[in-house]
Design a protein around this ligand. Structure first.
Ligand SMILES: [Zn+2]
Length: 278
């Protein structure tokens, strides 16, 4: 199978497992709607991808769009309206993850933390605290590289180092993986599954990583949650307790927004961790 762009300018081809992508880079709509720090990743990534002939159009959709399954199946959310999974990426963050844990504990809500290996190595006690509180932890790569364009060996290292570190700290196998920026290619998903992990994407995200107000984050996510519910779907919600750019990035708005969302939905909805879904 190959994905053919509508126009092939400067076309080069890169093999992505069984898929071949050709070059089609109109920036814009797709990229604006994909993962946030991907703006950074893609500004780097698009240049690199364009150079590799992997960029944009069908390929960007396949590689980056959270709900695309072109490059392989991923866990997003089942048709179970009323179920919400809070997922937190890019931690642990010594300044803000403890506060996020306090908010979750105050409501007796469990969440899923997709952790960066290099942050876990620096903060093992914080990882243990997350696990001890009953939350699920998953692999979010070692250093948050764009794995859609990383060499195969690097993909394996990023995933293996992180799972090994998390398993050493937690004493339990790591069963879930979220690709940084949501960026993947078939090989990335294959490696994750070979390591015993289910790849996880999302269906509700806003730009909490840009540090807008808590009210705005909660309102935007609330609209998405309500829309998903009208479509009969559970919500897989992404927020950030950490950052791949700065270990102690201010996540006060994300912490406060989490409290607002739980308060709004806790009486009418059920908060689950992603292992409830497969
Ligand atoms: Zn991330």
């Amino acid at each position: 199978m190959s994905i053919r762009p509508q126009s092939v300018a400067r076309a080069k081809t890169i093999n992505l497992g069984r898929l071949a992508c050709t070059h089609l880079p109109p920036h814009g709509t797709l990229i604006d709607r994909m993962h946030p720090p991907l703006v950074l990743g893609l500004s780097v990534g698009l240049g690199a991808m364009a150079g590799l002939g992997l960029a944009a159009g069908g390929c960007a959709y396949a590689a980056m769009w959270p709900e695309s399954r072109i490059f392989g199946d991923t866990l997003i959310a089942p048709q179970r309206p009323g179920e919400l999974a809070l997922t937190f990426d890019d931690g642990p963050n010594p300044a803000w993850t403890p506060r996020m844990l306090d908010v979750l504990a105050s409501h007796n809500v469990q969440a899923t933390f997709f952790i960066l290996g290099n942050h876990a190595k620096a903060e093992p006690a914080l990882v243990r605290r997350i696990v001890a509180a009953g939350h699920l932890i998953g692999n979010h790569s070692w250093s948050h590289q764009n794995l859609a364009i990383a060499p195969a060996r690097r993909v394996q290292e990023e995933l293996a180092w992180t799972s090994q570190t998390l398993e050493e700290i937690s004493g339990a196998p790591i069963r879930y993986f979220r690709p940084p920026f949501g960026a993947r290619r078939p090989e990335v998903l294959r490696v994750a599954r070979w390591m015993g992990m289910t790849p996880v994407m999302w269906n509700a995200m806003t730009s909490d990583w840009k540090n807008p107000s808590a009210d705005r984050i909660a309102a935007q996510l609330g609209r998405k949650i309500d829309r998903l519910e009208r479509r009969g779907s559970a919500a897989n919600i992404v927020l950030h307790d950490g950052s791949h750019l700065d270990m102690a990035t201010d996540r006060a708005p994300s912490v406060a927004a989490t409290g607002q969302l739980i308060a709004r939905y806790k009486n009418s909805h059920r908060f689950v961790t992603v292992d409830a879904w497969g």
